[in-house]
Design a protein around this ligand. Sequence first.
Ligand code: HEC
Ligand code: HEC
Length: 301
Amino acid sequence: MAVGERERDPVTGQYTTGHDWNGIKELDNRVPRPILFFLIATALFSIVYWVLMPAWPIGVTYTKGLLGIDQRQTVEKAVEEAAAARRAAWAEDIAKLDFAEIRERPELMQIVRESGSTLFGDNCAVCHGLDGSGNPGFPSLADHAWLWGGDPEIVAETLRIGINSTHPETRFAQMPAFGRDGILDRPSISSIVSFIRNNAEGIEDLGPLDTKGVEEGARLFAENCAACHGEDGRGDPAMGVPNLMDDSWLTGSDRESLIRTISEGRQGHMPHWEDRLSELDRKILTLYVTEIINGKPEAER
Ligand code: HEC
Ligand code: HEC
């Protein structure tokens, strides 16, 4: 056979490929059309797929695809929907029952514990501390000393409108600045502090007792402070005025803190949550504060 001339198979009349494997030759058949078609179709499909779907890794990310379909998101969405369905069931109960009724339902209190912990961590812990035990200037919600009262109805209202907040119905309370405004001079304030520290619970580092100062302090207290803090100094939750005779303090019971508060006054700001948390979330938080944070027996606090 001449070079360049292709060999034909004598039986079928087809060209062979020209290779010879120990006498076995191969016909040079065309690729059958259906297979060719299938190959082209799959190649086109993969190109279209790359464009539409997440496909190629590029460093730390990947091509996201025009359709924006993501299996991880799809799964997350399904999980979320399932959680929402479960939530809807107990949410309805919590919304329609009153505080006392919810307290009697352990399965709802379990939801309060879990959901409330997240809500508290997200919204309240920055000021009141993760465990609700407070920070200087931010009251403890874990003790039994309340500015406004610890009944769930009162706490729910405090959450709704805040204290000294921008809400039109806000609770309002202000400790006047007796020193700065020139109502009391420094020695008078010092005497009042001696009187308070001498009578308040749990203050041990009293130092030398200044009997005259304490007596003078008692007189000045009755004159200047009793109108708000009460004759006995035990406060008035109806006006958000703290008890000065217990061992719970917004800033501290040391002389310096007390002198500063009486000289410069105080006005704590508790934000209102009416338009930032749903009524349901506020109800859960109210129960979380009154039952879980504040509900522990004295010994466990
Ligand atoms: C920006 C800081 C801040 C955040 C956030 C905050 N609080 Fe307060 N909260 C305060 C301050 C300050 C007071 C005390 C106001 C005062 O001194 O008159 C207060 C008071 C309260 C009181 C009244 C306590 C009493 O003794 O009567 C409750 C109840 C309360 N907060 C609950 C919450 C809850 C629940 C959240 C979360 C939704 C929250 N707070 C978020 C600052 C904050
Ligand atoms: C107009 C009412 C009013 C009068 C009068 C008043 N207080 Fe107060 N006092 C308050 C309020 C309200 C607070 C809480 C302020 C806050 O945290 O927002 C407070 C807080 C305090 C605190 C801080 C308590 C703590 O837990 O740290 C001290 C101390 C105090 N007052 C002492 C006095 C003394 C002493 C006088 C008299 C010289 C006096 N107050 C007069 C309303 C009053």
